[in-house]
Write a protein that binds this ligand. Sequence first.
Ligand code: GAR
Length: 188
Amino acid sequence: MSSVAVFASGSGSNAENIVKYFEGRLFSADFHFLTNNKKAFVIERARKLNVKCTLFNREEFYNSDAIVEKLQDEGCELIVLAGFLWLVPENIINAFKGKIINIHPALLPKYGGKGMYGSKIHEAVVANGETETGITIHYVDENYDEGKIIHQVKCDVLPTDTAADVESKIHALEYKHYPEVVEKLLNI
Ligand code: GAR
């Protein structure tokens, strides 16, 4: 069984959606959620899904090999960032070269970089009068939102759309495409 780590800092609806996508499949995956935020709703989702969940702090993430060792011990094949807001440090990037992916709720390189996440992006998209936006699934390197793009999908932004409307469209795209990309990369 493939071992997959999912990092999330907040709600974790993508994390849950990915787990549910694989439920009941013959070739499935063993999931492990990790979060930097003790108030993140992803912890509750993990409990309900019966998925292992690890809470870590800044010291463990940036100044130790604790996470690398934990994930290597369990044979982690893919690290999936799903609404994870901290920059991934070099030791994790190097230990899992080409095996860390992220989803970004915009058409990178537009609306990327530090501080660009979640609803902030959709508010900016609407404020700028964009006529389209979308999702980007990409490999993770040492900079925010700059790794090689794996998959991009667009959607329209109507003149009447609010940031909340855009967010719903983006979530729908994420729920459809992110699990499919995970499955492809795991080759199961
Ligand atoms: C998702 O839309 C994801 O693309 C975005 O945060 C949301 C998390 O939702 N990620 C970023 O903005 C990263 N820069 P979720 O916690 O419900 O999955």
